[in-house]
Write a protein that binds this ligand. Sequence first.
Ligand code: NDP
Ligand code: GDR
Length: 357
Amino acid sequence: MTERKRALITGITGQDGSYLTEFLLEKDYEVHGIIRRTSTFNTDRLDHIYVDPHNPEARLFLHYGDLTDGVTLRRILEEIQPVEIYNLGAQSHVRVSFDCPEYTVDAVGMGTLRILEAIRDYQRRTGIQVRFYQAGSSEMFGKVQDVPQRETTPFYPRSPYACAKVYAHWQTVNHRESYGMFACNGILFNHESPRRGETFVTRKITRALARIVAGTQKKLYLGNLDSKRDWGYAKDYVKAMWLMLQQDEPDDYVIATGETYSVKQFLEEAFRYVNLNWQDYVEFDERYLRPTEVDLLIGDPTKAKQKLGWQPAVTFSELVALMVEADLQALGITATNGAGSQKAQDIATIRHAGATH
Ligand code: NDP
Ligand code: GDR
């Protein structure tokens, strides 16, 4: 009998961490995650799959730690002895990174270095190889230089968050080349879901829309509506992370849909789903503008398609439908749009059978 694979995930309580955990549990992994101590529970996205660790069937375990605390990271690595590490932890909000640049860079940039160095020492001491995934971002491309953006497109980061991700990217490459580590960078374009953090623009829109339909919110305040993003479905994207670590050689991959839509188009699509006109509800608030904006992101996922056999399953309009539907359901509102509702259910049940949002 082969031994069960053990994975460690930083950022396990986040959108991607929760989907990746489900994915790995389905593949019979034992999954360990690092969580931060908070004054209220922050494990909502994991509660449906969490099993009391006293239960012999338990395969999901949580450990207190922080990417800014290298000693604890090392201790957890030594204790768990994982064969795969997924570094998803980050202060991941671009606008907030302008407000808290030093902390953002510490967690995102230095945090990655801390894990890489811990792995390096662990491997040298034990001779056991650990495969490492770094959660890179399309934000690293920043100012438009090349369309669509691919693995060879130069980086031009436009925020403290993106600058830190560029550092983490190159440090991962450097550890791969210096020490022969199996370390991969995923360069993931925006990916969303009903579990998306409430302050990112897609979820902010779908959540507000549900409240507008419920009659508990009148206006939605947003910033720049003209920026364009390559939006995919988070559940599709965590599979790509895993695929990268199953290859013979470590490499870096762009993960994207290859299509781009503006924030305005997202608004149109979402409000149309409930037969409302977004112009009647959306107001501008300069608070949501960034000192420097990323205007256009569109990725070329050809390499991932060819080498990983990966491709997205959910289209832009299906994604919007899924998110709107989930936020409506959360407020107990059903089937405002019969056809759309059926479509969202089909996506959830057929393409991603058995999983919950
Ligand atoms: P989320 O913001 O939903 O989750 C971030 C996770 O990181 C949370 O679990 C959070 O914990 C944790 N975290 C934050 N700060 C620290 C810290 N100092 N130490 C340890 N953990 C910390 O992000 P996503 O799930 O959307 O994204 C996952 C990763 O992928 C991030 O690194 C993000 O930058 C990157 N990325 C995301 C994309 C996207 O479109 N979603 C696209 C490209 C890259 P807590 O719950 O306690 O706050
Ligand atoms: P992004 O996502 O910055 O692309 O980073 P976000 O949803 O925050 O912004 C997308 C675009 O929408 C515009 N926008 C607003 N954004 C927010 N959050 N709130 C608003 O009110 C608002 N109004 C307009 C923004 O200016 C921007 O142009 C996400 C994060 O998940 C990163 O961690 C990840 O690396 C990248 O995606 C890829």
